[in-house]
Design a protein around this ligand. Structure first.
Ligand SMILES: O=C(NO)[C@H](O)[C@H](O)[C@H](O)CO
Ligand SMILES: [Mg+2]
Length: 370
């Protein structure tokens, strides 16, 4: 099988109720810039990054994928994914201008498309190709009821619905309000609504200073919070280490880290407990697996962030021993051929061959901005 063409795709999918916010972002659409990789065997692989749907930046990502990396792939066998990852990752003209950021997101999208082709060529869902089992329990926790722009009444009714009607046993809400007292009021109201038996996580999206994170972090134990996600500056290993020493609630982070080496530094420093790699921030599945193995070797749970909206990570969670819990956000489900399925708060192993991010014809017709 040989690669014959790369086609750019930029999906912009509406988010829940038209607009969501966390402490540092407010978005109306989720961006999935990526590629279709065509072959002479008639198989096509699909892979995407995950962005805030800024079209000019999404175009830079797909241009990098198609025009900077694309020529290196033509004529190659897509099943040689790891060798091709090395070839592209070390390609000097691109590495010279970015060993993280745009070039990394572009390589990640390509890597996902190559694994998609490898799984399709084998006639298997990616989790089976990677040696996983459909019998494994992969629990879902829901983030889509906890946005910071939801008024407290909506926040409480959404979290109650997710638990009582949709069967989730874990929900996450955003913190990092301008007034910390607001965060505490929201935490108290949600904890009262969902009861003591449901797990509750919080996420500050990097907003707080270290003193603010210590002050808020010390109160989280009052609400039995499972983890404090991205409390302070994304790259500040020392600050997170100090926070680990100052508060009881475990620290979660990783959605903003581009490199396995960054995860190594946080893990080696004891600055993280719940490790949250994302295939659309790292350079795809190939780099994700390095991070998941490293975290697992330190006995740290791997709970991927879902910049892919669960589509690829559900496969990886059925296969990697470090993954038992996965975030759920629904923004791409209406646009994917095989959307993630959840029953009684757990993912159902996908059956279709591939890595999970094949868009529908409707998506390509209606929300493709390429
Ligand atoms: O932090 C997250 N999950 O853990 C969410 O993905 C982000 O809040 C949204 O993508 C908006 O940036
Ligand atoms: Mg987060």
């Amino acid at each position: 099988m040989k690669i014959t063409r790369l086609v750019p795709i930029i999906l912009h999918a509406p988010v829940t109720r038209g607009s969501i916010a966390d402490s540092t972002h407010s978005i109306t659409h989720w961006g999935a810039p990526g590629v279709a990789i065509e072959t002479d065997a008639g198989l096509t692989g699909y892979g995407f990054s995950g962005t805030h749907a800024h079209l000019a930046t999404d175009r830079l990502i797909v241009d990098c994928a198609v025009h900077s990396y694309g020529p290196l792939l033509l004529g190659e066998d897509p099943r040689e994914v790891r060798a091709l990852w090395e070839k592209l990752h070390k390609h000097a003209p691109v590495q010279w201008v970015g060993r993280a950021g745009l070039t990394h997101l572009a390589l990640g999208a390509i890597d996902i498309a190559l694994w998609d082709l490898k799984a399709k060529a084998a006639g298997q869902p990616l989790w089976k190709l990677l040696g996983g089992s459909a019998a494994k329990k992969v629990e879902a926790y829901n983030t889509d009821g906890g946005w910071l722009n939801w008024p407290i009444e909506t926040l409480v009714s959404d979290c109650r619905r997710l638990v009582e009607s949709e069967g989730y046993r874990a929900v996450k809400i955003k913190v990092g309000s301008p007034d910390p007292a607001t965060d505490l009021r929201r935490l108290e109201a949600v904890r009262a609504a969902i009861g003591p038996g449901v797990r509750l996580m919080t996420d500050a999206n990097g907003k707080l200073t270290l003193p603010e994170a210590i002050r808020l972090g010390r109160r989280l134990a009052d609400y039995d919070v499972v983890w404090f996600e991205e409390p302070t500056a994304f790259d500040d290993v020392l600050a997170h280490r100090r926070l680990v020493e100052a508060i009881e609630t475990p620290i979660a982070l990783g959605e903003q880290l581009y490199l396995a080496a960054q995860f190594r530094d946080f893990i080696h420093a004891g600055a993280v407990h719940f490790v949250q790699p994302d295939v659309v921030r790292l350079a795809g599945i190939t780099e994700f697996w390095q991070v998941a193995d490293l975290a697992h070797s330190y006995s740290l749970p791997v709970v991927p962030h879902v910049g892919d909206m669960c589509q690829v990570h559900q496969h990886l969670c059925f296969a990697h021993p470090g993954c038992r819990l996965l975030e759920y956000i629904p923004w791409l489900r209406d646009w994917m051929k095989h959307p993630a399925q959840i029953r009684d708060g757990h993912f159902i192993a996908p059956e279709a061959p591939g890595a999970g991010m094949e868009p529908t014809a409707d998506a390509l017709a209606r929300i493709n901005r390429a």
